[in-house]
Write a protein of this length. Structure first.
Length: 116
């Protein structure tokens, strides 16, 4: 499975960005796609995930500000990020979890920078 993420960039505090990630390759119909982030000097952390069947999971810091969605017909997951603040600055990584094999796949990451 290959993942291609896009949509990162520089935005002012209070602004919005939308990330996209397309999965290609051998895609098992039942899977989970989501986003993680890693800020400078910190561990990679969960942002949000969504399964094929629609179950979602959000990290507390982004609840109410970020929305994850997906188009299963396009094997694409989106992350709408609103009310961004400088603490959201990080490299955002797309992750694909295959429910059949148990394997996880990671995209290369896209940088989100929020200026104050």
């Amino acid at each position: 499975v290959q993942l291609q993420a896009s949509g990162g960039g520089l935005v002012q505090a209070g602004g919005s960005l939308r990330l996209s990630c397309v999965a290609s390759g051998s895609i098992f119909p039942f899977n989970v796609m989501g986003w993680y982030r890693q800020a400078p000097g910190k561990q990679r952390e969960l942002v949000a995930t969504k399964t094929t069947l629609g179950t979602t999971n959000y990290a507390d810091p982004v609840k109410g500000r970020f929305t994850i969605s997906r188009d299963n017909t396009k094997n694409t997951v989106y992350l709408q990020m609103n009310s961004l603040n400088p603490e959201d600055t990080a490299v955002y990584y797309c992750k694909f979890g295959d429910h059949k094999t148990g394997m996880d796949y990671w995209g290369k990451g896209t940088l989100v920078t929020v200026s104050s």
